[in-house]
Design a binder for this molecule. Structure first.
Ligand SMILES: Cc1cc2nc3c(=O)[nH]c(=O)nc-3n(C[C@H](O)[C@H](O)[C@H](O)COP(=O)(O)OP(=O)(O)OC[C@H]3O[C@@H](n4cnc5c(N)ncnc54)[C@H](O)[C@@H]3O)c2cc1C
Length: 494
């Protein structure tokens, strides 16, 4: 079998790419090293409670918004049921020192009003910030299907001002700056490193609307599977790509698997972490400077996670996440605070068929170095690692129960995962929660490469998240099929 395209990696971006190419009449195979497609999305269950791992909520999914259009284009919309998060407060921000709480409502106008009520002296800063977020989203190719695609359209995200610099220029109010930086937790880069443009492109869709998917990431993964089957894509799981084969002229000719088999194809889209791609590419196929650049890409923060179940329902966490910040400055130091006194994100976990949570997942950003001592398989079986995990979990649980009395006493079981779990589970060599950082001064890879027939997608290319990963797949396919054609097809779904 000689495929037109093979897609490497069956995460959101790989599945998006495979569906798009197959919808355009190409013969496609999708290769995934895990046993199932979309391993990051599927989550797991404990005591009947399902814990989502790679998807809790997203912006841009309300009717007519970009992600809704993309999922319709991919033939997924009718296979999933979405629901709105709490419109008066989809995220509850709490700073402990000094004490301050804010419920983040959906809708730019609602958000503006709530912010102005909480910070009456900062109207000008709030208007300017929200105006700049809106403007940035409107100029992003694909996020706005009419926006011009220019070669330099990504440069603002590399050379532009950081989020921190932009906020510093607008206001001296540290609490407001902290509040507007809270969503750094959704992409894992501190406010003094992420560009304002990157931040705006991500949070803008959350300010518009916020939705979840009934049954979480698992439902989405199942919907993707059904669509791939319908389109006749050859989905090959437990198949790890070990190398890229090139013909004498240098063009991609096939992929070598770790079991020694070679699959022939005319072209491929890789969605794996750029560092994994480097190991696959034949020596000399990438320029040394490109190789060096991919090899040096910094990863986002990693995380320590807890998964708690409760016998009782926790209605307050239904459609409303919590962001806990020990102080207003901690968004600048993402990952650098010790567990127990660092920022935290909490999101509800549900039993099948129920609409009120019976547990929650807690995410605390930490650096990979936290667990580097136990990197080897032997290290992870050591007493030291077990003690670290137990102690860190105790600190995290203590912090949660102190901050949220409504959760104290409700926890029936609690488990943890560490940056090493993230490294293995998310296939990010240094445990980055969201893979490679998008930050000022770092050139992330673009869809086209120097190897004819090899294209790139994935969260490293555009942004993390359902939106970022889907966008990266569409962008890669647009590079192959022509952006005008892609946008025409997408517009037909509006
Ligand atoms: C804890 C957590 C919570 C999150 N919460 C949200 C959320 O609420 N909302 C949201 O929008 N986003 C969320 N995200 C982010 C989102 O899940 C990711 O950005 C997205 O899944 C990335 O998709 P991807 O296709 O780029 O990468 P991946 O899903 O990593 O896909 C790459 C695939 O390639 C496979 N692979 C690797 N090497 C090889 C190889 N050699 N051969 C074959 N296959 C290979 C991997 O197994 C993987 O399946 C969350 C992520 C995490 C970790």
């Amino acid at each position: 079998m000689n495929y037109d395209f093979i897609v490497i990696g069956a995460g959101i971006s790989g599945i998006t790419s495979a569906i798009t190419l197959a919808q355009n009449g190409l013969r496609v195979a999708l290769l995934e090293k895990a046993e199932r497609t979309a391993p990051v999305l599927r989550g797991f269950s404990r005591r009947g409670v399902h814990f989502d791992t790679g998807f809790h909520y997203t912006g841009g999914l309300a009717k007519g918004e970009p992600l809704d259009i993309f999922l319709r284009y991919l033939g997924i919309s009718d296979r999933v049921t979405t629901f709105p998060f709490n419109e008066d407060g989809f995220d509850l921000f709490r700073c402990e020192n000094p004490g301050f709480e804010f419920r983040v409502p959906t809708g730019f106008e609602n958000l503006r009003e709530s912010l102005c009520q909480a910070f009456p002296a900062e109207r000008a800063a709030i208007d300017s910030y929200l105006g700049q977020v809106r403007f940035t989203c409107a100029t992003m190719p694909y996020l706005n299907l009419d926006a011009e695609i220019r070669n330099d359209s990504g440069l603002q995200r590399i050379f532009g001002a950081t989020l921190r610099e932009t906020l510093d220029a607008l206001t001296g109010n540290e609490m407001l700056k902290s509040l507007l930086s809270m969503h750094c937790l959704l992409y894992g880069v501190p406010s003094n490193e992420v560009s304002f443009a990157q931040h705006a492109a991500i949070v803008g869709s959350y300010y518009d609307s916020v939705r979840g998917i009934r049954g979480g990431g698992l439902s989405l993964a199942r919907a993707f599977d059904a669509r791939l089957a319908e389109l006749g894509v050859d989905v090959l799981c437990s198949r790890e790509v070990a190398g890229i084969e090139v013909a004498p002229g240098g063009a991609l000719s096939g992929l070598r698997l770790s079991d020694g088999q070679t699959l022939l194809c005319s072209a491929a889209i890789s969605t794996v972490h750029p560092r994994i791609l480097l190991d696959m590419a034949p020596a000399g196929s990438f320029r040394p400077a490109y190789r060096k650049r991919l090899g040096a890409l910094e990863e986002t923060v990693s995380a320590f996670l807890c998964f708690a179940t409760s016998e009782d329902t926790i209605p307050a966490l239904a459609g409303a996440n919590r962001f806990l910040l020990p102080d207003a400055g901690c968004m600048r130091e993402l990952g650098k605070r010790p567990i127990g006194s660092a920022a935290l994100y909490l999101s509800g976990a549900y039993r099948e068929g129920e609409t009120e949570p019976r547990g929650f997942i807690g995410i605390c950003p930490v650096l990979f170095s936290e667990t580097a001592a136990w990197q080897s398989a032997a290290g992870r079986r050591s007493e030291g690692y077990r003690q670290y995990k137990e102690q860190a979990l105790g600190l995290m649980q203590g912090q949660i129960e102190r901050a949220y009395p409504d959760l104290a006493g409700k926890i029936r079981s609690i488990e943890a995962s560490t940056p090493l779990t993230i490294r293995d589970f998310c296939s990010t060599p240094l445990g980055g929660l969201y893979g490679v950082k998008h930050m000022v001064g770092q050139y992330n890879p673009q869809p086209a490469t120097r190897i004819p027939g090899l294209f790139l997608a994935g969260q490293a290319v555009v942004a993390p998240g359902l939106m970022g990963a889907v966008l990266s797949g569409l962008l890669a396919c647009g590079t192959v099929l022509g952006h005008d054609q892609m946008r025409k097809e997408l517009k037909a779904c509006c």
